[in-house]
Design a protein around this ligand. Structure first.
Ligand code: FA5
Length: 341
């Protein structure tokens, strides 16, 4: 009798162990078969124990059977609750993850890149952290020259700067290509110690450089007009104003007609508040200085070229229909502002 009771005890123990390890319907069904199935442990007890000799034995087996049935019922309930909370109902409608969009500045950069690509300009990426040679000295700006003051440069070291313009790409490109024709845009981040409604300490510039035989100001004007009409619209006009840059000779500031007053400088006899004169400044340009060509290993007797460097955020602000009172908004993380675009 003792061994029989031990067998029943083992089955109870077995059941408790199995029940605590069940986490799926399949495991549960297997467990039911194992204990209560036709070939299960309970039926095996009836078949193998001497039930005819001792009427106590079937009683004990039936008590165990009822215990097993109760525990199995309880598990069935708790398992269905567990499965309900953890399973995925694939028929439910999905939750859309929040959708981002390309930032305004990235959109502008892509548009600018594509406009110049249509004219055959290849986009390069030159360093944002560069040596003084590429940034200034090689561009005909000697040490201690007052032209360095204009840019309020961040120096990381005596000889290493966070570039304040993308013009450092000019010499890199000449070294890379070695021989003209050269036709590149260098679009990248630039840094100056400036901050107000039209200046940010980090901003983007796009530099253009074209060097070949017999390149003249006419080509510069043609490329500028193509860009201005493609980016701003066919109604915008271009003008060149004499200016000075160390690395171009002659040098210009390029202006485009104001879209608010249509280049008149006045709206209903009142001065246009945006431009005051009918023109908005696009940025600097000029014919590459012979010293710069020489520094890049190109013979200025054989080749000539033009370069320009304009601000991405500024052209974005000047674009028709986009009125940004403060350029620094572009760098804010205010989604109410950014989501408009
Ligand atoms: C230059 O940086 C010259 N390297 C441009 C150049 C290239 C001239 C090739 C000749 C040949 P400038 O300092 O004017 O030029 O800057 C060019 C443009 O950068 C400005 O017209 C303006 O659009 C933009 N810019 C300058 N500083 C800032 C700033 N802090 N925040 C936003 N945009 C700026």
């Amino acid at each position: 009798m003792e061994t029989i009771e031990n067998r029943l005890k083992d089955i109870r123990h077995d059941l408790d162990h199995d029940l605590s390890n069940i986490h799926s319907q399949e495991e549960f069904d297997q467990l039911k078969i194992k204990f209560l199935g036709r070939q299960g442990l309970i039926n095996t007890l009836f078949k193998t124990l001497p039930i005819k000799d001792n009427p106590e034995i079937p009683k004990l087996i039936n008590i165990l059977k009822s215990e097993i049935e109760v525990k199995i019922d309880q598990k069935s309930l708790s398992l269905s609750q567990e499965l309900r909370t953890t399973s995925i109902d694939v028929t439910l409608p999905g939750i859309n993850p929040p959708q981002g969009s390309v930032h305004l500045i990235t959109q502008a950069i892509e548009e600018i890149e594509n406009i110049f690509a249509r004219l055959g300009f290849i986009r390069r990426r030159y360093p944002e952290v560069d040596t003084d040679w590429y940034y200034a000295e090689g561009l005909n700006i000697p040490k201690d020259h007052p032209a360095r003051d204009d840019q309020e440069t961040f120096y990381l070291d005596k000889n290493i700067v966070l570039t304040a313009h993308t013009s450092n790409g000019q010499l890199h490109e000449m070294e890379l290509m070695k021989h003209p024709p050269i036709k590149m845009t260098n679009i990248g981040k630039t840094y100056r110690r400036q901050t107000d409604a039209t200046h940010n300490p980090m901003f983007h510039q796009f530099e253009g450089l074209l060097i070949d035989k017999d390149i003249s100001i006419t080509h510069l004007i043609g490329v500028t007009e193509y860009f201005v009409k493609s980016y701003f619209g066919l109604d915008r006009e271009v003008r060149l104003r004499p200016h000075h840059f160390q690395f171009t000779e002659p040098s210009f500031e390029i202006d485009i007609s104001c879209d608010i007053c249509q280049g008149k400088g006045k709206i209903n006899d009142k001065r246009c508040k945006i431009c005051k004169s009918g023109w908005l400044e696009l940025g600097g340009a000029g014919m590459v200085h012979p010293n710069v060509l020489r520094n890049g290993g190109i013979d200025p007797e054989k080749y000539s070229g033009f370069a320009f460097g304009w601000g991405v955020e500024r052209v974005l602000m000047m674009k028709s229909g986009l009125k940004l009172p403060d350029l620094r908004q572009l760098f804010s993380d205010d989604l109410r502002f950014l989501k408009q675009f």
